[in-house]
Design a protein around this ligand. Structure first.
Ligand code: NAI
Length: 337
């Protein structure tokens, strides 16, 4: 018996043809991950554990993706995954993907900002987006490579895809960190903290304190302003804190990449924050920036427009300016935010 999961919606693309290295069954739907480094490979493992789709891992480094795929195949009896797992250097193997997760490129070193990666990763992403359009023209693209807001806009501009099909992973990760620190402060379950972090996935991120609740209880009823400010500050530096200790962030990004993939492949309409391309929402255009969205089978189903107080709205504009300067550096500017 195969574990075939047939999604309750029409597939955008043809059933993929990859034979892969597993048996000739498969879950019908394919997710490709380009970049089989730390984040790409652990994301693949999470996607398999959640039995969301078959997975193809692609990496330029000879043997790396194949090795990761082999290791994953050997884990699959324990995690009860019967789908296909393919590791390859051939980008054409992404053919038929419903979702392509782009996690290829250079990662931050201790002390580096995300924007320092701009030009190097810009050129890698630019080439890869051309290949994605060529081999998986009906897919959705989830950008992971940093600086993720600028790279998401680059992928949107280069691909010519509709804006619902190109988004990044950023705000949901910042939210996870923010939730973890609130839970720690209150000594309650992390699951019960509900929140959104919008804006740049970087120093200019904006945890929305007004929209933060603990099982529906506004956070300000349980924490004073000083404690909230401390948590907000800790959230801002949380990525760099991990990088300075272990050289890179892996488990948290890889966990939310799988959550986002599941939202799309199972059409779950999850409400979360992610870098997306606004067309006038929040007074923003010509960039990608973290905003609250509904993520479902068509990708970005909707950008949720929330009323923001003046200070938060002007912080969002400051955040947009930082992203916009990156977009300008890549020669992609087509207006002001
Ligand atoms: P890594 O260095 O472990 O892996 C990157 C992989 O990309 C390497 O295996 C490399 O061979 C591959 N690669 C480079 N050029 C390629 C190409 N043209 N085609 C295919 N593969 C290619 O890095 P890690 O830690 O996995 O991070 C990957 C990216 O994700 C970085 O840019 C990092 O900054 C970003 N990142 C973003 C996060 C977010 O919240 N959006 C969180 C964590 C990482």
């Amino acid at each position: 018996m195969s574990l075939a999961i047939r999604p309750p919606f029409k597939l955008a693309s043809r059933v993929h043809k990859n034979v892969g290295q597993a048996f000739d069954g498969g879950l019908v739907v394919l997710i490709s991950i380009i970049g089989a480094g730390r984040v790409g490979s652990v994301s693949a493992f999470n996607i398999l554990r959640m039995r969301i789709a078959d997975v193809t891992l692609v990496d330029v480094q000879e043997g790396l993706a194949e090795g990761e795929a082999l290791d994953l195949i050997q884990s699959s009896p324990a995690i009860e995954f019967d789908g296909k797992i393919n590791g390859t250097t051939k980008i054409s193997d992404i053919e038929g993907s419903e979702l392509v997760i782009l996690a290829a490129g250079v990662a931050r070193k201790p002390g580096m900002s995300r924007s320092e990666l701009l030009e190097r990763n810009g050129s890698i992403v630019s080439t890869l987006v051309d290949e994605i359009v060529r081999y998986a023209p009906a897919c959705k693209i989830m950008m992971v490579t940093n600086p993720v807001d600028v790279m998401t806009y680059l992928a949107y501009s280069k691909s010519g895809f509709e804006r619902n099909r190109v988004f990044g992973m950023g705000g949901i990760l910042d939210t996870l960190r923010y939730r973890s620190y609130i839970a720690l402060e209150l000594n309650v379950s992390r699951e019960d903290i509900r929140a959104l972090v919008i804006g740049e996935h970087g120093d200019q991120m904006i945890p929305l304190v007004d929209y933060t609740t603990i099982a529906g209880i506004p956070v300000r009823k349980l924490l004073d302003e000083a404690a909230i400010n401390r948590i907000v500050e800790r959230t801002r530096t949380s990525g760099s804190d991990v990088i300075s200790l272990k050289g890179g962030t892996v488990y948290a990004p890889a966990a939310v990449i799988a959550v986002m993939a599941e939202a799309i492949l199972r059409g779950r309409n999850r409400v979360l924050a992610a870098p997306v391309v606004p067309n006038g929402e929040y007074g923003l255009k010509h960039l990608a920036i973290g905003l609250p969205i509904i993520l479902g089978k068509d990708g970005v189903e909707k950008i949720i427009e929330l009323p923001l107080d003046d200070a938060t709205q002007s912080h969002l504009m400051e955040s947009a300016k930082v992203i916009y300067s990156g977009i300008e550096k890549l020669g992609l500017a087509s207006g002001s935010p």
